[in-house]
Design a protein around this ligand. Structure first.
Ligand code: AMP
Length: 280
C-alpha cells in the first residue's frame, strides 16, 4: 500500500486527531530528506515508543543563508517515500514553502545561549531558522514524541531548550550518530564529496576520538592540525563543551562533555561530535 502523504497542516492535524481518538500515541521525525541510515535509525527508535509515526520532509529555507546550498540541497522524494514506507512510517508530511511560510509570515524563534557560538559563529541565522520551523512542526503535529540526531548536537540542545521554554509538551528524544564503516557520520551533504575527499573525510571523526581520550588544549590543537594536514581546507571550530549546558569547559572534566567540530572538505562543511567521559 502506498504510504500516506499529507501536504497541509489541516490534513496533518486531522490525521493525528484520528489516531488520538483511537487512543494512539504519535511520534514525529523531522527531516530535510535525501534519507540515509541515520534518518532511518530515528524512525526505528520512535517506532518502539509510539503507536504512530509521522515523518516530515521539508527543506527549510529560513535556515539557509543566501550564500548556502538551498537551491542545490540534494533531494529524492520518491526514494525517501520508499524508505519511510519500508520502515513503517504511517504518514509523511510534505508541506510546500507557502504552507509553512504564507505571505506575511513575520515570527521567528531565537534561542539564546545554545543558539550562539560553535555553528552559529559561521551560520548566524541557522538556529533561528531551525527553532522556528521545528516549533511550527511541533505545534502543527502536536506529537507525544519527536526525535533528533546527536550528530547535530548543538541543534538538539537548541530544540530541547525551545520546547521547554515554549511549553510544548512533546518529549524530545535523541538518537545516537549513525556512521559509515570508516567512522564518517552519515549526512545528506556527504553526497558533495568527491571520491578523494570521501577517503579523507573519516579523519574528522578519527581525530575527535583520539583527542576525546584526553582533551587537553594541546590535544585539541593537534586534532585540528591533523584534520588540516589530511586535506580539509579549513576548520570552523574544534571545541570542548559541557554536554548539557554547551558552555566551554577544559579538561579534565568533572561532568559529561562533548568534543565538537566543524570543518570544510571541498564543497562540504562536515560536522561531528563525540562524547567525553568525566575523569574518574
Ligand atoms: P536533516 O535531514 O539533515 O535535517 O536531519 C534530520 C534529522 O536526522 C536530524 O535530527 C539530524 O540530527 C538527524 N541525523 C542526520 N544525520 C544523522 C546521523 N548520521 N545519525 C543520526 N541522526 C542523524
Amino acid at each position: 500500500m502506498a504510504i500516506e502523504v499529507v501536504t497541509t497542516r489541516v490534513g496533518l492535524r486531522e490525521r493525528v486527531a484520528s489516531w488520538r481518538a483511537a487512543g494512539e500515541t504519535v511520534a514525529l521525525v523531522p527531516t530535510m530528506g535525501f534519507l540515509h541510515d541515520g534518518h532511518m535509525s530515528l524512525v526505528d527508535i520512535v517506532k518502539d515508543k509510539a503507536d504512530r509515526v509521522v515523518a516530515s520532509l521539508f527543506v527549510n529555507p529560513t535556515q539557509f543563508s543566501p550564500s548556502e546550498d538551498l537551491a542545490t540541497y540534494p533531494r529524492d522524494q520518491e526514494g525517501d517515500l520508499a524508505k519511510f514506507a519500508a520502515h513503517g512510517v504511517d504518514a509523511v508530511y510534505i508541506p510546500d514553502v507557502s504552507e509553512m511560510y504564507p505571505t506575511g509570515f513575520a515570527t521567528s524563534v531565537a534561542v539564546s545561549g545554545f543558539g550562539e557560538g560553535l555553528c552559529a559563529e559561521t551560520r548566524p541565522i541557522f538556529f533561528q531558522g531551525v527553532a522556528t520551523v521545528v516549533s511550527k512542526l511541533l505545534i502543527q503535529c502536536w506529537p507525544d514524541y519527536a526525535i533528533f540526531g546527536e550528530k547535530d548536537y548543538q541543534q538538539l540542545c537548541v530544540i530541547r531548550r525551545m520546547a521547554l521554554d515554549l511549553d510544548i509538551p512533546t518529549q524530545i528524544l535523541a538518537g545516537p550518530t549513525v556512521r559509515e564503516a570508516d567512522g564518517l557520520a552519515m549526512s545528506s551533504r556527504n553526497a558533495y564529496l568527491t571520491p578523494e575527499e570521501r577517503r579523507v573525510a573519516p579523519v574528522l571523526n578519527r581525530e575527535l576520538l583520539k583527542a576525546a581520550a584526553n582533551p587537553t588544549r594541546p590535544a585539541i590543537a593537534a586534532a585540528g592540525a591533523a584534520i588540516l594536514d589530511a586535506g580539509f581546507r579549513s576548520i570552523d571550530y574544534v571545541e570542548l563543551r559541557d554536554a548539557e549546558s554547551l558552555q566551554p569547559v577544559t579538561a579534565p572534566v568533572s561532568r559529561p562533555a562533548r568534543l565538537l567540530a566543524a570543518a570544510w572538505l571541498g564543497k562540504a562543511r562536515l560536522i561531528d561530535n563525540v562524547a567525553v567521559a568525566p575523569a574518574t
